[in-house]
Ligand binder design. Structure first.
Ligand code: 5Z5
Length: 278
């Protein structure tokens, strides 16, 4: 029996992104707290709507402990709104954690950083696992798209849809945010690949610890120049050389020099940290 809007009650608004509003909802039949992302599709062409449907179907297939769980979708054809119903992540998003630490002058612990590194890498491994020969590259890995559950476990969210919603009519097309995590291959107009997600992962982990992206500038031209050069400061000295080194390996300009997901997970320090997490 497909869900309807009447099966849920809205208990709060979590946030509004470039392509919709995220609301906290409660399922009436069992009180389960979830979220839905409301997205207007009225201005989309038929092919863009088809892209959205296929991306939502991809989300439906992804089931992993570190990927936000997709539950259902409701299409309100009268309002031209699709509601995508997903798992509630009580711990919020990494962007809020970074902002709070920046304001308070505090830093996440080394163990927390390793936990996020390991679990986000496991989530990416699942995304990159070929589905009918089609990799689901994240393409938009950033602190605002990494969520935490009640036990501060990583839940990677919001991928695929970001790409679909970059259609020419979408407000999402209007430039939102500085591309701090843009990889050198994208700066050079080369193709996006799995190692581009590794670059973004490294930039995100760097910012989680240093509370600033590895590359910053006052204009996009300078930012692109710094990304091409690829030099950035060591993590704050409270963090180990091992953590600095593994993040530094991810943020290598040369694509082939960046570690694969499997080599990250095979790293001896990662293995030791993973054992202590389990
Ligand atoms: C400060 N952040 C929050 O309070 C927050 C909380 C408690 N939950 C969220 C976001 C989500 C959440 O709780 N579940 C989600 C599923 C998919 C997507 Cl794209 C986002 C979410 C956020 C941004």
């Amino acid at each position: 029996m497909p869900s309807t809007l009447e099966d849920f009650e809205v208990i709060g608004t979590i946030g509004t992104g470039s392509y919709g509003t995220c609301k906290k909802i409660r399922r009436k039949k069992d009180g389960k707290v979830m979220v839905w992302k409301e997205m207007e599709y009225g201005s989309m062409t038929e092919s863009e709507k088809q892209m959205l449907v296929s991306e939502v179907n991809l989300l439906r297939e992804l089931r992993h402990q570190h990927i936000v769980r997709y539950y259902d979708r409701i299409i309100d054809r009268t309002q031209a709104i699709i509601y995508i119903i997903m798992e509630y992540c009580q711990g919020g998003d990494l962007a809020s954690i970074i902002s709070r630490n920046r304001k308070d002058g505090t830093h996440v612990s080394e163990d927390f950083a390793w936990k996020i590194l390991i679990q986000a890498t496991l989530a990416l491994k699942e995304c990159h696992r070929r589905k009918n020969g089609k990799a689901v590259l994240h393409r938009d890995l950033k602190p605002a798209n990494v969520f935490l559950d009640a036990d501060a476990n990583v839940k990677l969210g919001d991928f695929g849809l970001a790409r679909v919603l970059q259609h020419e009519h979408s407000l999402a097309q209007t430039y939102v945010g500085t591309p701090y995590y843009m990889s050198p291959e994208l700066v050079n107009n080369q193709s996006y690949n799995e190692k581009s997600d590794i670059w973004s992962l490294g930039c995100m982990l760097y910012e989680l610890c240093a509370l600033t992206p590895p590359f910053t500038a006052t204009n996009e031209g300078d930012l692109k120049r710094k990304i091409r050069i690829g030099q950035f400061p060591r993590l704050p000295t409270q963090y180990s050389l091992e953590l600095d080194m593994i993040i530094r390996r991810m943020i290598q300009v040369e694509v082939s020099m960046r570690p694969s997901i499997d080599s990250i997970l095979a790293d001896s320090v990662v293995q030791r940290k993973q054992d202590s997490l389990n």
